[in-house]
Design a protein around this ligand. Structure first.
Ligand SMILES: [Zn+2]
Length: 112
């Protein structure tokens, strides 16, 4: 099983490695981008993908109905996080478009 206890991969201003624990499922600590929504969701997605793989391995060994149910639950959780990432990307595009439209409006407005 993959472990997520690697330290943050960012470097401090003096060039030394940050060394703080990375967020679960992520590669950076909270101070180095780990608290950004997209980073948090991507980390959550990695954890759920890992859980899906573990559930599949377990089901492959037991072939029990309960373990098959756990596989479908894990797959649903992965799909949920993928949808969250897509939703966030869509929101970011909208904000960018609004900003561009506002800039365009400011340029077109008559000056006096
Ligand atoms: Zn860090």
């Amino acid at each position: 099983m993959t472990r997520w206890d690697e330290p943050c991969c960012a470097r401090r201003r003096d060039g030394q490695p940050c060394g703080a624990p990375a967020i679960p499922g992520g590669f950076v600590c909270r101070r180095h981008g780990g608290s950004a929504p997209n980073v948090k969701i991507a980390a959550g997605l990695r954890l759920r993908q890992e859980a899906e793989i573990q559930a599949l391995i377990k089901w492959n060994q037991t072939r029990s109905f309960d373990d098959l149910c756990k596989v479908t639950e894990a797959q649903r959780a992965v799909a949920d996080y993928q949808a969250k990432l897509q939703h966030l990307a869509k929101l970011r595009r909208l904000v960018k478009l609004q900003r561009l439209a506002a800039e365009q409006g400011a340029q077109d407005a008559p000056r006096d």
